[in-house]
Write a protein that binds this ligand. Structure first.
Ligand code: NAD
Length: 440
């Protein structure tokens, strides 16, 4: 509980100074300058093309009606139907949703999937709501937006504090309104109910496909490398799984300690045993300290994950972890960072990494495996024909590899960082599609 209060206070303080939409627009302005975009294209891409603010009345368990506020922002759909998650969060703001919808546009564009960017949210805390009340919010959100979302227009997905159950309630409401079965309306469904095999591992595996390609270009054998990972949740666990399958050795892992409300890390120079560590990890990615120690994992302070003498760092937990100050603590051996989390590197740290010759695969490329597999789910659902896991992961490998190679080729040709090159490719694709459609 103390943790929750601290977190809420931290967020309330930071919201006063941190507006993600301002950040997203600044990033866009920089790339627009690099691409020398005209005024009309800038004006179009700086804001969501459409945004909806809805009121969702829900009859609560005590008989009263409570009205929840919800949003959907469709940033740009020049490349195809827009795609993006729905968040349930008590501190949700429309500016967060606007920023996230813009980032979804760039993420889909950089991996070359024919989708635009969207994001949605409802101001609510599922912890304080019964399952019936949450169902009411899901169905109410769809009732308000059923005319402007859909398999050919805008495809939602799970996000912060929403899950497969929420998606199925939303799908059921959409199908009741439109009279039919439209599994392609939403992604994140369970396998057997329109979900795709491979989705659980897609983000972590996608990350490692880009790591494999980067190491090849750097002339390094993945089987000779070591890595330190921040986080041990969905992204990190599957990244470690594939990295180890390719012969790499993970020597340190960190996670959040729920009891002490602080990060915590574990080191094993012989290499962590994934199965063993998963066995002492809860469903939130928290590792049990006593059990890990009994298995021979050396406990170290949480921030030390960054200071390990390894070749690769994989931040796969939180934003703003690699700050300018933190760059000074990174070992001279580190050659590569692969951003599993969203926004783990502070903007002022980027040029310092470049100076040190550390290659950084940017978040919206490195962690795009999730949305790529969601796109595969959408395709399979629209066909009502589902692929075996190997086919899903094979297609994922092709998409991630092609995207990485295109970004690194541009980075070399124009002497850009991978992040700038990825932005240039993404924004250019969306700007061209908007122009080709005659919008600007
Ligand atoms: P998760 O909730 O499954 O796991 C998060 C992990 O981070 C847990 O192990 C937790 O203990 C750890 N953690 C939290 N705070 C920490 C801290 N300060 N120091 C060290 N460890 C800490 O989350 P996830 O799905 O693995 O997502 C991780 C990141 O990747 C997030 O930034 C998320 O937005 C991003 N991401 C996830 C996906 C996806 O498909 N899951 C896709 C794209 C991006």
């Amino acid at each position: 509980m103390l943790c929750v209060i601290k977190e809420v206070k931290k967020q309330m303080c930071s919201d006063a100074v941190f507006n993600p939409f301002v950040v997203a627009q600044r990033q866009f302005d920089r790339v627009a300058d690099l691409l020398e975009l005209d005024e009309a294209t800038r004006a179009l891409l700086r804001e969501p093309m459409r945004e909806y603010h809805v009121s969702i009345p829900v009859r609560m368990d005590d008989g009263r009606v409570k009205v929840f506020r919800g949003f959907r922002c469709q940033h740009n759909d020049a490349l195809g139907p827009s795609k993006g998650g729905i968040r349930f969060h008590p501190q949700e703001t429309v500016d967060t949703i606007r920023a996230l919808s813009m980032w979804m546009t760039w993420k889909c564009a950089v991996v070359g999937i024919p989708l635009g960017g969207a994001k949605g949210g409802v101001i609510c805390d599922p912890h304080d709501l019964s399952a019936r009340e949450q169902e009411g919010i899901c169905r109410g959100w769809v009732r308000q937006l059923a005319k402007v979302v859909g398999p050919l227009a805008d495809v939602p997905a799970p996000d912060v504090m929403t899950n497969a159950e929420h998606m199925l309630w939303m799908l059921d409401e959409y199908e009741a309104i439109h009279g039919g079965r439209f599994p392609g309306f939403i992604t994140g469904k369970p396998v057997g109910m329109g979900g795709s095999l491979g989705r659980t591992e897609a983000t972590g595996y996608g990350l490692i496909f880009t790591v494999r390609e980067a190491l090849k270009e750097m002339g390094m054998d993945i089987a000779e490398t070591t890595a330190s990972v921040q986080g041990f949740g969905n992204v990190a666990q599957y990244a470690v799984e594939l990295y180890q399958m390719m012969g790499g050795k993970v020597t340190a892992i960190s996670c959040w300690d729920q009891v002490a409300c602080t990060p915590f890390a574990y080191r094993k120079t012989a290499g962590v045993d994934l199965g063993e560590l998963r066995g002492v990890t809860d469903r939130f990615g928290g590792i049990d300290q006593e059990k890990a120690a009994a298995l021979g994992y050396e406990p170290i302070p949480g921030e030390k994950w960054l200071e390990q003498d390894v070749d690769i760092l994989i931040p796969a937990a939180m934003e703003n972890q690699i700050t300018a100050e933190a760059v000074g603590r990174i070992s001279g051996r580190v050659k590569l960072i692969a951003e599993g989390a969203n926004g783990p590197t502070a903007p002022e740290a980027d040029p310092l990494l470049v100076e040190r010759g550390i290659v950084n695969i940017p978040d919206f490329l490195a962690n795009a495996g999730g949305v790529t597999c969601s796109y595969f789910e959408q395709v399979q659902s629209n066909m009502n024909f589902y692929w075996p896991r190997d086919e899903v992961l094979g297609r994922l490998d092709t998409k991630m590899t092609d995207a990485f190679l295109a970004v690194s080729e541009l980075a070399r040709r124009r002497n850009l960082s991978l992040r700038d090159a990825a932005y240039v490719i993404a924004v250019d694709r969306v700007a061209k599609a908007s122009k080709d459609r005659g919008w600007v």
